[in-house]
Design a protein around this ligand. Structure first.
Ligand code: CP
Length: 324
């Protein structure tokens, strides 16, 4: 089924062919995102400017700004509402009513980020305009899963046979869930490791292992020599019962699960480092990891604009960068 007019609420709705189509479109649009190629930016801007409406009910830097950047690069117009400040949410309006009212203004597409919310999970697929999930609670972050895979594909051409170690707060990570899905569809194997309290347990662990063939490592030190890419996850304190990142926790976590110079030496030659951001420095990563030559953390951010541009183009049928 063509991507035109569809919503993207979870990567589970994407086929392998869909992912290939998004990545080919991203390749075609990459010059549009790169300001060093201004002549390419001018190519084929649409006469009618579609309106992208971004609703962010949870904080965001990368996803929010990169959707806006992607939309502007495509010649779209953007409306953004963040959290409840300045909106009628602060007067008690529900999330459902807020989304319904924005949808009623008939933007061409909605981009929505929200915390765990069954009401929005149920509402969004029923809207009569396409919706892109910009991160929903602990469940899904489809565009992050796509941009992470696109970053690794840019590194290796293909993910087939590659091994990706995802470490840290797997239990609370929507990035991990979408990553498992996209990376395995593209042929990669996934390993995971993290503190017991931040790892899926029991039936949840069994279900993930069986669906995605996950390999569980006892420690980061055990997983590092196995992997072609290592992805740190943010400790999602806002989703933990103890919400304080005290110094004792940070230091203990970093000793056991932090990527540092010594542990980077345990990585395979040529292995690369990812993190979706935001990073707790001194917790998931030691100072200096992001700027290490093996880090692709900022390339992920650039690729986030490209992949989101590709999705907007395909869903809105803009045809910039050529039809496929
Ligand atoms: N990776 C990610 O979703 O970052 P933001 O929360 O800043 O959008």
């Amino acid at each position: 089924m063509p991507i035109l007019g569809r919503s993207l609420l979870d990567t589970r709705t994407l086929t392998r062919n869909d992912i290939d189509e998004i990545f080919l479109k991203a390749d075609a649009l990459a010059p549009l995102v790169n300001p060093a190629r201004p002549e390419m930016r001018q190519a084929g801007l649409p006469m009618r400017q579609p309106v992208v409406c971004c609703l962010f009910f949870e904080p965001s830097t990368r996803t929010r700004m990169s959707f806006q950047m992607a939309a502007y690069r495509l010649g779209c117009q953007v409306l953004t509402m963040e959290l409840s400040a300045g909106s009628s949410l602060s007067k008690g309006e529900t999330l459902t009513d807020t989304v319904l009212n924005f949808a009623a203004m008939k933007p061409d597409i909605l981009v929505v980020r929200y915390g765990n919310s069954r009401e929005l999970d149920e509402l969004l697929p029923t809207l009569d305009i396409p919706v892109i999930n910009a991160g929903s609670g602990t469940m899904a972050h489809p565009t992050q899963g796509l941009l992470d895979a696109y970053t690794l594909r840019s590194e290796w051409e293909t993910l087939k046979g590659k091994k990706v170690l995802i470490f840290g707060d797997v239990l609370h990570s929507r990035v991990a869930r979408s990553g498992f899905d996209v990376l395995t569809k593209l042929g990669a194997s996934i390993g995971v490791t993290g503190p017991e309290k931040m790892m899926p347990q029991g039936p949840q662990r069994d279900a993930l292992a069986s669906e995605f063939g996950l390999q569980f490592f006892e420690s980061l030190d055990e997983g590092l020599p196995w992997a072609d890419a290592v992805m740190g996850l943010r400790v999602q304190l806002e989703r933990h019962e103890a919400r304080e990142l005290d110094l004792e926790f940070a230091s203990d976590y970093h000793d056991r699960y932090g990527l540092n110079e010594k542990r980077m030496d345990m990585m395979r030659p040529g292995a690369v480092i990812l993190h979706p951001g935001p990073i707790n420095h001194g917790v998931e990563f030691a100072a200096g990891v992001v700027r290490d030559g093996r880090s692709r953390v900022l390339a992920q951010v650039t690729n986030g604009v490209t992949v989101r541009a590709a999705l907007l183009d395909l869903i809105l049928g803009l045809g910039i960068g050529g039809e496929r």
